[in-house]
Design a protein around this ligand. Structure first.
Ligand code: HEM
Length: 124
């Protein structure tokens, strides 16, 4: 039987480690760091958002976790996220997957999901 995307991403522990490094990459990415650096001075909020991101990716990749955060339109409404910013965030996700040794098919599966969500996140 084919392994689920959740399993291929390393299940809860793997996804938690991926999310931590993606958020760190966003904080170091000049295109989008201004959006994320404020969380560095607010560890409780950083932990809360990181937990939501973990649950989102776990639930969305076939894991047993429930996502209780907002929908993508609601979560990003008013941020006026540009195409350049969306691409920068997606690049951070892809390079983190590579750094964690995630295989190409799995990276492409994640990219397809990121692409599909674009209309719910960009300029909403
Ligand atoms: C594939 C693309 C993306 C996905 C899957 C995604 C997913 C999420 C999720 C699940 C949350 C948590 C929502 C909640 O707590 O209710 C969130 C929050 C957030 N996202 Fe995204 N996001 C994406 C792209 C972006 C981009 C491109 C930016 C900005 C450049 C961005 C900025 C933020 C910020 C600042 C928050 C925190 C909002 C808050 O604290 O209220 N996201 N995102």
């Amino acid at each position: 039987m084919e392994r689920s995307l959740y399993e291929r991403l390393g299940s809860a522990a793997g996804i938690k480690a991926l999310v931590a490094d993606v958020v760190e990459a966003h904080m170091n990415n000049p295109v989008i760091q201004a959006r994320f650096l404020p969380y560095r001075d607010d560890p409780d909020n950083l932990a809360a958002v990181s937990q939501q991101l973990c649950d989102f990716f776990c639930a969305g990749s076939g894991g047993p976790e429930a996502y209780t955060g907002r929908g993508m339109v609601e979560a990003h409404r008013g941020m006026n996220i540009s195409a350049e910013e969306y691409l920068a965030a997606t690049d951070d996700i892809m390079s983190t997957l590579t750094a964690h040794g995630i295989d190409e098919q799995t990276r492409n599966d994640v990219l397809a999901i990121a692409y599909a969500l674009k209309g719910e996140i960009m300029r909403v």
